[in-house]
Design a binder for this molecule. Sequence first.
Ligand code: ZN
Length: 384
Amino acid sequence: MIKIIKNVEVFSPQPLGRKDILIAIDKIVAVEDSITLNGSHVQLIDGSGKIAVPGFIDSHVHIIGGGGEGGFKTRTPELVFSDLVKGGVTTVIGCLGTDGVTRNLNSLYAKAKALDEEGVTCYIYSGSYRVPIVTFTGSLLQDLILIDKVIGAGEIAISDHRSSQPTVEELKRIAADARVGGILSGKAGIVNLHLGDGEMMLNMVYEIVSKTEIPVTQFLPTHINRNERLLHEGLNYVKMGGFVDFTTSTDSLSKEDLQAWKALKLYIENGFEDNVTFSSDGQGSLPRFNEKKEFVGLDIGKVTCNYEQFRLAVKNGVAIEKTLKAVTYNPAKILKLQNKGTIAQGKDADILLLDHDLALVDVIAKGKVLMANHEVIVKGTFEL
Ligand code: ZN
């Protein structure tokens, strides 16, 4: 019930130096230079030679599987809990995807509860690709207010040949409901937008935020690193104060420059380290289409890819504290997960211990050790 991680180099994500971290049940009670507690009920974890970072937050995972863009046989399988642990993910947001017919919110909810029981923290989005969106109660507003696990809507597809081609008015109403539902329930009420390869890019969002009082932070557009055009358009978007999300396991990133860590580096160089998040698109189908929009193949997203891209960023010279923000502090902020994303007194005890080669050694979630001293070589989709 009580644990002390001794003598560990803490990145909260800010570098705090060598500290002891006191954990009681599921909370961080203290982060101090030296903490001494005696008694057989205290478990000591030797942190010397290791780095402690907040547990990763993955804001876009198809926890019950997704896709099927190549027909039924290409439906992807549901998430396995151990994959989250291997990727250091201690908070995950589940979503439906292209298929909101054979996948449904009741299953999504049950899987979220299961992941909670297994030891991580899980929330979900109402809706799927399509507008009008699928909901539990008949309205997004009610879902947000009445269903604890719902923290927003998504992934709603825009600027994509697979979207339901929503109008600005339709998207505006969703954002309005998300906003009010979020305000009344103390949640983010975020609208997670799937961006496709289309010409329109973020135009609908620009129109909504310029012609209403809805703030740009009501949206979290994802797959911004899917092509060069969108990646650079995203820079204009973050200048307005918005957040963008880079997908870490997009296989269609045949162009090396579109890897999430490189996109992050670009945004940091432009001064936007506070406006970027990573998500894995885990268990999502990553279909490949040719120029005629014909399906030519498919891969499956992996929840270990955020970790892999974090590691690549740091190994390629991006500061660890800046890289960490994209997988911890920033998603906690935009998703309003107040007890997540930092190592500090009173926060949830979601902590990863890494060795100095940045290999994941220990995973602690809600105060419980899910992985201890097992070196895991995390394999992502990418090769350098
Ligand atoms: Zn998507």
